[in-house]
Design a protein around this ligand. Structure first.
Ligand SMILES: Nc1ncnc2c1ncn2[C@@H]1O[C@H](COP(=O)(O)OP(=O)(O)O)[C@@H](O)[C@H]1O
Ligand SMILES: [Mg+2]
Length: 232
């Protein structure tokens, strides 16, 4: 088992104003799988992803990635862990405004032990003609490609994507999903993608549904559809 998540609980707030963001969430996944976490807004998707990514800590439960217990790590150990093993793609692209596409991607390779070749990756991302532009000179889709590049350039074991397509029109959305699929096929990256869009889940190997902080179903997707053929 590549990832094992067991009985994760997370509350926000205090007694008289408490949100039970996650109530005993458990699932596991194999290496190289693409898992989609599907659920309406407020169901706990981002909280779960942030706990898996070591950005937030849970109140109880365990997260093991490749046999390492992320939940038991100190803040410092988690920083190193994230740097060595995880790539993160956010809905808001979080690019550095005064750096070029190439430089933004290179930032992601910084301190990595097995970084991909940046020039080659820029080709895979379809950003060759744009590599010397800064983010304000790019479309939303090009910015999201750059942020995906920054996340995968270190060749992470696990790529976490939080609504990576939320702000995109449907054509661009499809292109970004095709890119994520290509990353999975070319580099064997394990991927967890969060979305509230039912249609996107069609491309997943496994679909996990969340509702009110609980996992309500966890199923292998028997009718997997290529990203390019999704109805979006
Ligand atoms: N930092 C926070 N402080 C207080 N409540 C939060 C915080 N982050 C998330 N929540 C609450 O936890 C619940 C789950 O949020 P979230 O994981 O962001 O859901 P999703 O990503 O599915 O939209 C929501 O009710 C949200 O308001
Ligand atoms: Mg969210």
């Amino acid at each position: 088992m590549f990832i094992e998540i067991k009985d994760i609980k997370k509350d926000y707030g205090t007694e008289d104003n408490i949100t039970h963001a996650l109530k005993q969430a458990s699932f596991s996944m194999d290496k190289g799988e693409m898992v989609v976490l599907l659920g309406p807004s407020g169901s706990g998707k981002s909280t779960l992803l942030n706990i898996i990514g070591g950005i937030e800590s849970s109140d109880s439960g365990k997260v093991e990635i490749n046999g390492e217990a992320v939940h038991g790590m100190s803040e410092k150990e988690r920083v190193v862990y994230r740097r060595n093993h995880l790539g993160y793609v956010f809905q808001s692209y979080n690019l550095i405004p005064n750096l070029t596409v190439r430089e933004n991607i290179e930032v992601g390779a910084y301190l990595s032990k097995n970084a991909l070749n940046v020039g080659e990756l820029i080709d895979v991302l379809g950003l060759k003609q744009h590599k010397d532009k800064i983010p304000s000179q790019l479309s939303g889709g090009q910015q999201q490609r750059t942020s995906i590049g920054r996340a995968i350039v270190k060749n992470p074991d696990l790529l976490l994507c939080d609504e990576p397509t939320g702000a995109l029109d449907s054509d661009t959305l499809k292109q970004i999903l095709e890119l994520i699929e290509k990353v999975k096929e070319k580099y064997g990256t394990s991927i967890i993608m969060v979305t509230h869009n039912e249609n996107i889940a069609g491309m997943a190997d496994r679909i996990i549904r969340l509702k009110d902080g609980k996992i309500v179903s966890d199923e292998r997707n028997e009718n997997r559809i290529k990203a390019g053929e999704l109805e979006l």
